[in-house]
Design a binder for this molecule. Structure first.
Ligand code: CO
Length: 438
């Protein structure tokens, strides 16, 4: 059905009336320079992603995007509009896309507004692809140190009290390209493994109470039904108040790539622990030491030891506009960005427009919710001189997002995961913005 809807509509009457099809308007935002006439310039996009491994996927997405652009009437008040449709799609002129590789895709943070990520642009990270699951046949097994083992269908889970909350999910590998040299060109490439949704499901505590938690149960194994059988050990006490077994995202069923029909949500915890396609929870007296917490998802320290079970995402922020690959114009610029912390609410975001010499407090946009992305903004006047823009987040525990030097001094450069240092965007006199380490 989607393909049919996306086919360009037949050339309308106005051509017969002698009108020349006008050029499609340029999409709003800072990416206008990437567009040439009616279509996203293939060369511009390829140049823009030259350093990104997802080139092929991005390239493959270009053809359908170009095919979608409709011809536009001179005056929309003179032509009847289209009829309602069973399932909506965005305007054909809107071209923000995820950049995808075989194993992950990145959210285009610089093109989004507010805090909620459209479900279709939520980042993805799969360990062996997106499984195809029949919700009618899907089951959740709960066993181990419980009073009685139980198996739930989705319908049974949906009969429990339904809980909704907004929460970010961030891959622990987000910004991993920044440990050594500036890696990503754009904020999508540096920070795009971060997205925020309204999640709906049943509280984990509600379902576990039904099975009965034995006193010696302190850890929980969560297992997905993907081809990797993605499996993590979760300490029970810190998550029991907040964890959800989710069946919905932004008002509708989960997207397949977000775990349809059931996923675990652990607000503030690293993305991979939020097990998608959830099929099994086993309670035990100790961590289960799966490959995901031995070979993967540990953080190598300079002394050769590794941090393990680093599950909570540290306070972090990034300026999304202006950001790498964009162009700043002289005069008034509203600096905009996102801040988040896995430990609670964001209490303050400071922005520097002079490479960290001075800091100004940014405005936080309501709602400011715990373990949820928070929008910030600061009015600025650019005088045309070279400078560096930075943001710094403080959360309700008093933790302050570190600079690069402080983070590297504490953890070295081999952690791979949990890079959350202050991001620097250099603005050159010609207005171009690039990722730098200062
Ligand atoms: Co970790």
């Amino acid at each position: 059905m989607a393909d049919k809807e996306r086919r360009p509509r037949e050339r309308p009457r106005r051509e017969a009336a002698g009108g020349t099809p006008p050029e499609a308007p340029e999409p709003p935002g800072n990416r206008a320079d990437q567009f040439r006439g009616r279509a996203l310039s293939r060369r511009a996009l390829l140049a823009g992603t030259a350093s990104f491994a997802g080139l092929t996927a991005a390239e493959a997405l270009l053809a359908p995007l170009q095919a979608q652009l409709p011809s536009v009437p001179e005056d929309p008040t003179r032509v009847p509009g289209t009829a309602p449709s069973p399932y909506g799609t965005r305007a054909a002129f809107e071209q923000a896309i995820r950049l995808a590789t075989a194993s992950h895709s990145l959210t285009p943070l610089e093109s989004l507004h507010g805090i909620v990520t459209p479900s279709s642009l939520h980042f993805e990270r799969h360990h062996n692809g997106v499984p195809l699951i029949d919700p009618a046949r899907h089951r959740l097994l709960i066993h181990g140190l419980v009073g009685r083992s139980m198996i739930f269908t989705l319908d049974e889970l949906k009969r429990f009290p339904s809980v909704s909350r907004l929460a970010f999910i961030e891959c622990s590998g987000n910004t991993a390209g920044e440990w050594h040299e500036p890696g990503g060109r754009t904020v999508q490439q540096t920070h795009g493994l971060l997205s925020t949704s309204e999640w709906t499901g049943v509280a984990l505590a509600t379902v576990l109470r039904e099975a009965g938690i034995k006193p010696e149960a302190t850890w929980m194994l969560a297992e997905g039904s993907d081809a990797a059988a993605m499996t993590r050990s979760i300490p029970l006490a810190p998550v029991l108040d907040e964890a959800l077994l989710c069946y919905a995202q932004n008002g509708e069923a989960l997207r397949p790539e977000q775990g349809y029909p059931l996923r675990l949500l652990l607000p503030g915890w690293e993305g991979n622990a939020n097990i998608k396609w959830l099929r099994r929870l086993k309670l035990g007296p100790a961590p289960f030491m799966t490959r995901e917490e031995t070979s993967h998802y540990t953080d190598l320290m300079p002394d050769g030891t590794a941090r393990q079970f680093t599950l909570v995402m540290d306070a972090k922020s990034v300026i999304t506009n202006p950001s790498g690959g964009q162009r700043v114009r002289r005069g008034f610029v509203e600096i905009r960005g996102l801040a988040w912390s896995g430990r609670g609410r964001v209490t303050r975001v400071e922005v520097s427009t002079d490479a960290g010499r001075t800091w100004q407090q940014a405005s936080l946009q309501d709602p400011v919710l715990p373990k949820c992305a928070t929008s910030f903004r600061l009015p600025w006047r650019w005088d045309g001189r070279e400078t560096v823009l930075q943001s710094r987040c403080t959360d309700e525990t008093g933790y302050v997002q570190p600079g690069r030097e402080a983070l590297v001094a504490a953890r070295g450069v081999n952690s791979v995961y949990h890079y959350h240092a202050i991001q620097s965007w250099k603005v050159s006199p010609d207005g171009t913005v690039e990722n730098v380490h200062v």
